[in-house]
Design a protein around this ligand. Sequence first.
Ligand code: FUB
Ligand code: ZN
Length: 664
Amino acid sequence: MLFPPPRKIVRNLFCLFLIITTFFATSCQSNKIKTESSGYPITPVPFTRVTLTDDFWKSRIETNRTVTIPFGLQKCEEEGRMRNFAKAGGLMDGDYEGKMPFDDTDVYKIIEGASYSLTVHPDPALEAYLDSIITLIAAAQEEDGYLCTWKTLDPDTTPAPWVEPGPRWHNLGASHELYNAGHMYEAAFAHFRATGKRTFLNVALKNADLVAREFGPQKMHIPPGHQVVETGLVKLYRATGDPKYLDLAKYFLDLRGDSTGHQLYGPYSQDHIPVVDQTEAVGHSVRAVYMYAGMADIASLKQDPAYLHAIDAIWNDVVGKKFYITGGIGARRDGESFGSAYELPNMTSYNETCAAIGNVYWNHRMFLLHGDARYMDVLERTLYNGMISGVSLKGDEFFYPNTLESDGKYKFNQGALGRKSWFDCSCCPSNIIRFIPSVSDYMYAHRDGDLYVNLYIAGKATIDMPEGDISLTQETGYPWDGAITLRVDPKKNTSLSLHLRVPGWAREEPVPSDLYHYADAPAEPVTLSLNGEPLVPEMKNGYAVITRTWAPGDVVALNLPMPVRRVEANPMVEADQGKVALTRGPLVYCAEWVDNDGRALDLVVPDNAGFQTEKSDLLNGVTLVKGKITDTAGKSRQLVAIPYYAWLHRGSGEMAVWLKRQKG
Ligand code: FUB
Ligand code: ZN
């Protein structure tokens, strides 16, 4: 079954009536995004202008489209998330189904991912199904714009013991009403952008108008416990050009650490001091990164130096002290939160998939603000390791935490030892669904006469530069191979600076801080040629910059040597002392029991061990890393390591990213 049949919908005449009236009511309004510019100094090239031809991401996106999206929709239908909207809209009887006050958001996030998917892969059946769900969502919206199904259905009961029942906006630290709203805004923006239809956007705007009426200095003067409404509001600002939404986003951020209207929630919700005074990443990691993304939006769109100063400091704290080599963040299981500086345990590492995705959102914004490749280094490391590990190769099972070590016994994944098909709190699967289709959003960007190439993924892009349209065609086997050719095809001869990111991993800097360093001989140098002639480019902020007048058919070849590299952690990271991690290009490797005689935690990788790589058909065609090593008993062993993202597809057992360097 491709999609769960929208049976309750087509049968319902009332819904048909709603569709028709909504259509007529909205057909006179604009179907274009008002502020197409992102509002950042650097403009990202949207994924809609990029066609991928690679094996790695294209197949992930296709799996997301054909497996994960339908699977997520089916789960939402089975578990009552769709019915909750129908019930709140009076289309059927019954109580709220679900254990979380934010089950609505899974539906929103899947609509967001499905909308992005539709943009690059039109699918009338999916589009019609989304129309049906949006009709239900619109029905669930109360007269004045309020929309949160569990509250509408019965404010006197609660889906979870940790949320107090009560009227609207009661217990806002836990109720997730504005968290629901934020994901609704983000999804509505995506749906509008993808389809040009205002159906969902109008629901979101009506809700945001209510929020704008009810929250303010002399009114409800309380921030939400969980951030995301801020970035959602910024998107509504982009959709409409109405500064009210942008101001409201800043208002909510400024409320943090301000106890005049509420008792502070504390560091868990980043509500201990004003955001502009925050310099360290604390508390719940997903809340935090969504907030930092929102702060970046305000720093840029409102050109606010205090915001900029704060997120720069927080970024240094994360990347310098709280960042796993896999790109994971949020070390502590307790409170799903950041740990203290250098607190990066392996076996118990939490690293929620949502936090990795939020970190991508945040770092992309940091790049758009600063134009420095270091943010893309963080983004890339997260993308290829601690984010993509969150979904199985088949696309129907998920990690919530992404641990760096397993003894094959500890059920680290919400009570399971393997990826699970769904969770009571299914934020991670639905976040994967919304994120994957837009991966190519992060590849290219431009500012004036500068064109940035940030990620190496084979495909073709058409970039709308002020100088005229430019086509870029990338050929590469990345992430398995660091040879990249880029054909530049301006419509006519065009003068511009091409900024090719030379990843930190190819510049002897695995991360842009002293948290990790390479502990072996430097790799061969990176080389570059233009139309076959070697070129020594100017290096600026991590980019090889080639400034010239480009002619159609110019070809740049960049070669990023990809030897297996040994990484060591800063001595302050206790968990990694005496250990080494193996990486190759952007990929972090791990040893899994199944390839290593049933064990992984007893492996010893001496400093003089040599490594070979071997292309394989395993796990959808990964390149293996092999080497002669020993074990803790002193026995000679053959190490076989696989990319971290691909572990736990072949049964559970020991796994380690960080391997001992010595027997003792
Ligand atoms: O609270 C909503 C989501 O549920 C959070 O972002 C996740 O960490 C999970 O706790
Ligand atoms: Zn999650």
